[in-house]
Each structure stands twice: as structure tokens, then as C-alpha cells.
Design a protein around this ligand. Structure first.
Ligand SMILES: [Zn+2]
Ligand SMILES: [Zn+2]
Length: 354
């Protein structure tokens, strides 16, 4: 089968490899669709940022096939596995917690100390076939697709699940004014979730006019291009001088992380959803504003099995529109063209179909 294989950091090749064999406790899928995630671009650039318990960079288990936002059709079921049948379409959560560590035991599976990740520790889905690991089956980290949802749409379950986690961590409530910085796929998903959570106004800041225009479609109330207007002033104008209740940063910008403390109101919450480049993770902020305004600064990077189920339901029910986020489609043979397109940021989501 064809597969995108990493032999070392930042070096992948589209190769012909053996179709994997499953053991009694696994499932084999034929991949239908796999979305390109920002982290896949980082793998290609050799700037992946997964960290271990101690905050150190965690190496990928080479050789490794990447790709984790996927849907596949069951072609083989291990004899110890029940509940899954030939021909069913499945979406599998990629970040698989252990269920045993301290964080899993207190219900924070997204913080698991021993998580295993598809496309990082297990082979991923930029390949014609993928093995569903035993851990995913044991955790029930799998969604069976109904005929109401396309495979392409269900590739968004993971980004929507992480965004749901972000909404929880940002404590989005009825009547909030929410500022979303960065209108890529994650920004557009969070806009929709904020409205679903009854935010009264969603302000979006984005430096690409094209993406800003797309954001209008996803219920943004106010659009700001920080290259054209002073974003801090404009946010003040839109909030009677108070600042917004919540800020979600969906782009890895040092400047915006630093300026966010000037745009949030007293008792507000700032969520650094996007990470910064791992070679320059430092910023300088006005800590006295955090002190006097009692601002909470948090982040989000993962999701739980429960949030994955919820994400699937919200997409299937049409609460979150992901279909209109797909701007570019490729086949696996054109993988490097697809990565280039995703990296250019000209469109929104790039999907590989098989
Ligand atoms: Zn992803
Ligand atoms: Zn754990």
C-alpha cells in the first residue's frame, strides 16, 4: 500500500509498504479520508512539539506513518473484538489516554501522562490501510458513522473535540462577548461553538481578508483585520471600553498573546489554544494587568473520549458546519502538493481522499 512514512524528524517519503496485519484485538480499516492538521505541517517542517511528563520534547516512534484526522471502512475484525462489522465506517480518536494514571483517574483524560497517539506512536492514516489499536477499542474512542454524515465531514471530529475542550476551559457562557484571534479551521469551529454556547457577540481578528470573509459565513458578528486597524482600539469600541469576556487565540502569534491582556475585561479568560513555535515559546506580558484585572490565562491542546463522542454528534446533527471549511481536496499521490497548499494558508482545510 502507499503510505507517507517518516524515517527521521522532518523527513517523509511516499512509499510502497506492506499492508499491516492485525492481531486478535485490533481492527483493520481501509482509509476513506484524512484531513491535514497544523501538526502534520509541523512534522513536515521538523518542528513537532509533543512533550512528555517533564515538559521535554517527545520523539516520534520512527519509522512512522502520520495522519490522525481520519475515517476508514472496516475490512477485517480481530476475533476478540465484538461490536464492529465489515463495511462499517469508523472515526477513531487519535489521542488515546491510558485510563490508569493520576490524571485519567480524576477524569482529565486530556492530560494523560502516558497517552499514545495515532500518527505519532501508532501508524496513522496517510496510508491506504490503518490498524485501530486495542487501546482505542477499549476506551470506546470510536464513532460509527451514520449515513447522515460523509467521511470528509467526520475527519473533523478531532479538531471539533479539541475545540469543545477549549470552550470548557474558556468557560464560555450565555451573553459572553468572545474574541477569536485567527480564522483558520480551528477559529471557525470555535466561533460556531461559542454561538452554540449562547455568546451574544463573536468578534474575529484575522490578517487574511479571504479568511475573514469566510468567517462571516460562520456567524462572526464583527470582523477585524489587525493589519488595517488597531485591534485593541477596535475591541474597546465594540465593548463600550470594557474589553471582551473571553479570548481564544487560534493562531500562534507572540504579539497577539502579549496584547490579549489589553483586550480582555476584568475577570476575563484568555485561552492560548494555538502553541508558539517550539524554538521561541517565550512572550512578555504586562503581569500587573493579570494581577489587577484578575485575568485567567489558560491553554488547550487535547480532548477526552467523551468530547470526541460529543463532537461527532454535533457534526452529525449539523450544529457545527464543517463541510464549508473544506477548500482543497487531493489524493494520496499528491500528498506533497496538499501539504504545500495547507501551508500556504490560502484556503481553509485540506483533505486527502482515497
Ligand atoms: Zn489534528
Ligand atoms: Zn492516563
Amino acid at each position: 500500500m502507499k503510505a507517507v512514512v517518516f524515517k527521521e524528524e522532518g523527513k517523509s517519503n511516499l512509499l510502497d509498504v506492506e499492508v499491516p496485519k492485525i492481531n486478535k484485538n485490533q481492527i483493520l480499516l481501509k482509509v476513506n479520508s484524512c484531513g491535514i492538521c497544523g501538526s502534520d505541517i509541523k512534522f513536515e517542517e521538523g518542528t513537532s512539539v509533543k512533550i512528555d511528563k517533564g515538559g521535554n520534547k517527545r520523539s516520534m516512534d520512527y519509522p512512522m506513518i502520520i495522519g490522525h484526522e481520519f475515517v476508514g471502512t472496516v475490512v477485517e475484525v480481530g476475533e476478540n473484538v465484538s461490536d464492529y462489522e465489515f463495511g462499517e465506517r469508523l472515526n477513531v480518536m487519535p489521542n488515546l489516554p491510558c485510563g490508569q494514571c493520576y490524571y485519567c483517574q480524576i477524569g482529565h483524560h486530556e492530560m494523560c501522562d502516558n497517552e499514545k497517539v495515532l500518527g505519532y506512536d501508532y501508524n496513522g492514516a496517510f496510508a491506504e490501510y490503518i490498524v485501530v489499536p486495542e487501546r482505542a477499542i477499549r476506551l470506546n474512542g470510536i464513532n460509527k458513522l451514520s449515513d447522515k454524515i460523509t467521511s470528509e465531514e467526520a475527519t473533523f471530529v478531532e479538531p471539533v473535540a479539541v475545540s469543545i475542550n477549549c470552550q470548557y476551559k474558556s468557560d464560555i457562557r450565555i451573553g459572553d462577548i468572545v474574541l477569536i484571534i485567527g480564522a483558520g479551521p480551528i477559529g471557525c469551529i470555535n466561533m460556531q461553538l461559542a454561538k452554540f454556547n449562547r455568546a451574544k457577540k463573536v468578534i474575529v481578528a484575522e490578517i487574511s481578508d479571504k479568511r475573514l470573509e469566510l468567517a462571516r459565513k460562520f456567524c462572526a458578528d464583527v470582523l477585524i483585520n489587525p493589519l488595517k486597524v488597531d485591534v485593541v482600539e477596535k475591541v474597546k469600541d465594540e465593548t463600550k471600553g470594557y474589553g471582551v469576556d473571553k479570548i481564544i487565540l487560534c493562531c500562534g502569534s507572540h504579539e497577539m498573546q502579549e496584547r490579549s491582556v489589553y483586550m480582555v475585561n476584568k475577570l476575563g479568560i484568555i485561552n492560548y489554544f494555538a502553541s508558539l513555535p517550539h524554538l521561541k515559546p517565550e512572550i512578555t506580558i504586562n503581569a500587573n494587568l493579570v494581577h489587577y484585572k484578575e485575568i485567567v490565562i489558560t491553554g488547550t491542546h487535547n480532548s477526552t473520549p467523551l468530547q470526541n463522542k460529543l463532537a461527532y454528534e454535533l457534526i452529525e446533527r449539523g450544529v457545527i458546519n464543517v463541510k464549508d471549511l473544506i477548500t482543497d481536496r487531493f489524493v494520496l499521490d499528491d500528498y506533497y502538493e496538499a501539504i504545500k497548499t495547507a501551508k500556504s494558508g490560502k484556503g481553509m482545510k485540506v483533505v486527502i481522499n482515497f
